[in-house]
Design a protein around this ligand. Structure first.
Ligand code: XBP
Ligand code: MG
Length: 232
């Protein structure tokens, strides 16, 4: 196995369980702010997670459940406004400290740094959500530990497309075979595999029943991770 020189982390569901108690209530607060009676309960949100990207998820929901609103001329700006409101609510939740890292994440990041491995992020979420979560959970310097942070709309196609992983690999200037991706979902796995990366999966409640065929490993969480296995 090629020695690992960098670990590329997904964010939502991988670094922290952010979806059920973070993004989901933030979406619901934004809908209420805008006078919409939309409510995404835990089960519905789990189904909506098949659509990556918050703006894309809002559009997908409206087209199926509120087609009259989706058909309005100003719908695109409504989606932008809803998502901006949602991000404000989400950042407040992150800053409150209510979204802790999953088991083993902090230790893995520290051990990787001590071993001189480079760290990166490849996520569908909005960039400010990433830096806020890193600061809230690992301290004010944490974003600077990551050589590359690839997030949100910087690529034309979101996961499961490989674009964000290719963008990160390009800026790391490393070949895929010298990196390891860590993900939580089938969409994330497909994106990483599409970029030629080995991918370690740590499922969560929302993704536990998904298909992880092709994963390098599937672990319950990162506390079971062993550096000896990656040649790092
Ligand atoms: C998960 C996503 C994101 C979040 C919501 O990202 O698909 O869209 O659900 O964040 P990943 P935004 O697992 O790749 O970290 O509303 O900012 O998109
Ligand atoms: Mg994820």
């Amino acid at each position: 196995m090629n020695p690992c020189q960098a670990i590329i982390f997904d964010v939502d569901g991988t670094l922290a369980d952010t979806e059920r108690d973070g993004h989901r209530p933030a979406f619901n607060h934004a809908f209420a702010d805008c006078g919409l009676d939309w409510h995404w309960d835990e089960a519905l949100y789990g189904r909506l997670l098949a659509i990556t990207g918050g703006k894309e998820r809002i559009r997908h929901y409206a087209e199926r459940h509120a087609p009259d609103i989706a058909a309005r001329p100003g719908f695109d700006s409504l989606v932008r406004d809803l998502h901006a409101a949602k991000t404000r609510h989400y950042l407040r939740l992150v800053d409150s400290g209510s979204l802790p890292l999953r088991p083993g994440v902090a230790a893995l990041i520290q051990h990787a740094r001590q071993r001189g491995l480079r760290l990166a992020i490849a996520t569908t979420t909005t960039p400010e959500n990433v830096t806020a979560l890193l600061r809230a959970t690992l301290g004010p310097d944490a974003p600077g530990w990551f050589a590359v942070i690839g997030a949100g709309d910087i690529v034309p196609a979101k996961k499961p497309a490989p674009d964000i992983y290719r963008w990160v690999l390009d800026r790391l200037a490393l070949p895929a075979e010298n990196c390891l991706a860590i993900e939580d979902s089938a969409n994330g796995l497909r994106a990483a595999l599409g970029a030629g990366l080995r991918c370690l999966i740590t499922p969560n409640d929302y993704t536990a029943s998904e298909d992880f065929a092709g994963a390098w490993q599937v672990l319950p969480d990162l506390s079971a991770f062993g550096f000896d296995q990656i040649g790092g």
